[in-house]
Design a protein around this ligand. Structure first.
Ligand code: NAI
Length: 226
């Protein structure tokens, strides 16, 4: 397929398409129309058509989309057809929760090691992954061909560790620490902040409640006027 630049907005939506297409494949569906996919995903059919047009002309009138082809192409574009070696810095609650989640490996993310400064944690093994001290961090990254690091340490420590990681050749940081990291242009950072997601949820539920209350108030006012 011809290489073309995919917009950031489409890339943000790709993992969700990828998940749905994977589920369709698992249930034996070979092709699907944008209308059917639209109903399943609660996205408009035109949005789906626009997004999937980035993957060539496989959406044919009367045929729909070839599920396997799209799934494979999206996996390739997301880079999950390759292996990514990952380390976790900070083996506390969150770091260990990530290490315990075996499904990342199915997507090609191999957790090669965990690091911490707490002597009580160093030497422990989480799902087969040993927690190491940070002294040999740089050497470990080089020896194990590691390109990605998850940062699950306090925000005050994150910039210093991020600098060490970048100097050691890390190209991608999955940042859970609540701080914006400054990195060179050839390094990418994906911030994951559950509390921000929770605040968005709070905003939505509060707006909905406010709207309902206003509707009820205006209904009551109308009644009183009558
Ligand atoms: P935790 O206290 O259980 O674990 C933090 C670990 O980092 C500890 O084991 C500590 O020894 C280690 N550590 C501290 N400095 C270090 C350094 N320089 N190098 C290596 N390890 C170091 O904390 P928890 O709950 O696991 O949270 C970790 C971080 O993630 C915190 O910054 C927290 O605010 C953040 N967090 C972020 C969330 C998100 O959605 N982004 C959700 C929950 C926590």
């Amino acid at each position: 397929m011809e290489e073309r630049e995919i917009s950031k907005a489409v890339i943000t939506r790709l993992p969700r398409y990828y998940r749905y297409l994977g589920e369709l494949l698992e249930s034996g569906v070979e092709r699907i129309s944008s209308n059917e996919l639209s109903t399943r995903m609660s996205v408009t059919a035109s949005q789906i058509r626009q997004d999937l047009n980035n993957f060539g002309g496989f959406g044919q009138q009367g045929y729909g989309y070839n599920v396997k082809y799209l799934y494979t192409e999206m996996g390739r574009i997301l880079g999950i057809d390759r292996q990514h070696n990952l380390i976790i810095i900070g083996a506390g609650n969150l770091g260990q929760a990530i290490a315990n989640y075996a499904n990342f490996e199915k997507r090609g993310f191999i957790i090669k090691g965990m690091f911490d400064i707490n002597p009580r944690l160093i030497g422990l093994v989480v799902r087969g992954i040993e927690i190491r001290g940070v002294d040999d961090l740089e050497q470990y990254i080089k020896d194990n061909d590691v390109q990605m690091a998850a940062l699950t340490i306090p925000k005050t420590k994150a910039p210093e560790i991020a600098e060490r990681l970048v100097n050691a050749g890390i190209k991608a940081i999955w940042n859970f620490a609540h701080v914006d990291l400054t990195v060179p242009d050839d390094v990418v950072v994906e911030n994951v902040h559950l509390s921000e997601s929770l605040m968005r949820l709070s905003y939505r539920v509060c707006s909905m409640q406010d709207k309902l209350e206003k509707e009820q108030e205006s209904k009551q006012e109308n009644k009183q006027e009558k």
